[in-house]
Every structure is written in C-alpha cells, then in structure tokens.
Design a protein around this ligand. Sequence first.
Ligand code: NCD
Length: 352
Amino acid sequence: MWSITRHVCRAQKRTLATEITRAMSVQDDPRFRPMFDENPDNPLVHKHVLTAQQFDRSGILKVMKVAKEMHRLRQTGKPLKYAEGKILANLFYEPSTRTASSFASAMMKLGGQVISLDEMTSSSKKGETMADTLRTISQYTDVIAMRHPVEGSVGSAAQYATRPVINAGDGGGEHPTQALLDIFCIMQELHVDTLDGLTLTLVGDLKHGRTVHSLAQLLGGFNGVTLNCVAPSILQMPDSVIKQLQTSNVKVNILESYTEVMPQSDIFYMTRVQKERFATDAEYEACKGLYVLTPGQMTSAKDHMAVMHPLPRIDEIDVGVDKDPRAAYFRQVGCGLSLRMALISMVLGIPV
Ligand code: NCD
C-alpha cells in the first residue's frame, strides 16, 4: 500500500514537473533561440510558432515530412482522430478568409474542435488587456492561432499564453505558417524534396507583404537559391530581411521589372499591394496596378514554372492565367490545409 502511494506521488510529481517545464518553455520567447530537439523528430512540441527565424533547414524539412503525410492522409478521405479532445482557439483581430478557415478546417480534419474569437466577440472591446485575454484563452484551449494588425504583437502576447501560440499574421511583420505552406506547395508543384538551386521571383508589395518576409527568411535554409525581388523602390523588401539573407547562401537581385527574370524562374510569386498598410489612399493609388501577370507574359516562362499567390488576389493576376496548368494558387490553398494540420499536431506533440 505504502509503495503504491509512493509510486502515485512520484507519478504526480513527474506530471507536475512536466507541466512546469512545459509552461516555462512556452513562456520563454523562442524567437531568437535556436530550436532544440527534445524530440528529434519534432522540434515544435509545446512551442510557439512566431517567426520564420525559428526554422533552420532541418526544422523546415521535419515540418515538410509531417505535412506530406497529412496531405496523403487527407487524400484517403478517412476521418482522423489525432486531435480528438483538443481545442484550437482562432483569435483573429484582423480580417481573414483563408487563414482563419484553414486553421479551423485543419483542426477539425484532425478530429479536434475550434473556438473562434475576434475583436467584436472578445473582451478586448471592454478594455481587457491582451495579456489577460491570452491567459484566459489558455485555460480553455490547447493551441491558439492568433492574428493582429500590429507588427510584433503576436510575439508579445505569446509570452502570457501557457499554450502554444501560432502567429497567423502580425501586421506588416511575419506570416510564418503561410511561408511554410508556400515551401510545401513549391515542393509539391515541382516534385522536389528541397528548394536547393531554385530561382524564385517575388513580385508586388514586398515592403508590407508579411508572407514574403517570412518566405524570404525560410529560403536561407536552402543552398544555391536565387531570389529576384521585383517591386518599385518604395515597396521593396525591407533592408532587415535583405541583410539577413546576405548572411545565408541566397543570391538576391533587386529589380523593378520581371520581364528579364521570368524565363529563369521556377517560382513566380505574386502579391497584392497591401492597401490597409498605407498611411493615405493617395499613396496606395500611386502604387496599385503596377504589375499584372497576363497569359501573354506566361509564354516566356518555363514549362514547369509555378505561379503562386498567398491570396486574396485583387488585379495582379489576370483571370485568364487561371486556366494555365502552371497557375498553382488555388492548389496552394489546399497545401495550406495539410501544412496547418502538420503544425497543429506538432505543437500539440501528437505523434503522426
Ligand atoms: C495574406 C495575409 O493575410 O498576409 N493572406 C493570407 O494569409 N493568405 C496576404 C494578403 O493579405 O495579401
């Protein structure tokens, strides 16, 4: 009897120790800390996903492996139970069609459930601090996907959460899950296992586009990549991102036109001009409509080139391009579902 009690006490202590370690590890801001492998196959167990800088080559490839498996499982059509009994909070303080529904769908496809909160339904309307909202939501749920219009705010809020927080877009800052899904989509479209040696052309509003900030940073994990950044000078990729790429193996070309680089491109990544990030309508009007990809331009592209776009599209890809088999942007949305299923199961520590 005594030994059974002692055994139970030890087990309780072990559980408590695990809980404390977990709470501590998610409260540390992991942004500038290299990922450490507690589980060699899953570097994300109970971690926040806040920035592309968290992911080195090995981390990216581990996520891709799980995403590939999720993609395969989805195609079998069988219901999955990986996240049965778990709850995702979708905490979106900025409009979203794809990202919010993609996180919700991913959690439901894994057999879990979803609570959705936005600025109208959360107590932030009553003046609650972000810290208190995160502390509260952590009590109800197992993982939190958060979007906010202020750059850096998701990373700051995450330190108050005792559950993993996934950055679903912080203002003009980062969008790491979109960038990971972009990498997964590139691998699917080009039938490759790495991005080594590829040429990518990013076009449009590279200054405010958080998806391209994160994507460019992930490219640093691959060898021999050429990155063409095509934008008017006022909408070019931020210097901070370029500087970071210069420390990696990525060859960066800064351009205002894509005519000359399209024939060498393996990936052509269009973005919209981000109206909501401009100080005035006049400044936006001066920048919009500068680049429009048309079916005629596609004649100079490689046969296997994939056209991507994080969506929503405004007018930067002519609808005539949609019929071209190289138009990958709607398949990209499907890749996003598999990738988010992978990320949710990884941060929850569910073996796949
Ligand atoms: C992007 C975003 O929200 O940053 N959309 C998305 O998440 N798929 C791109 C955009 O809004 O232009």
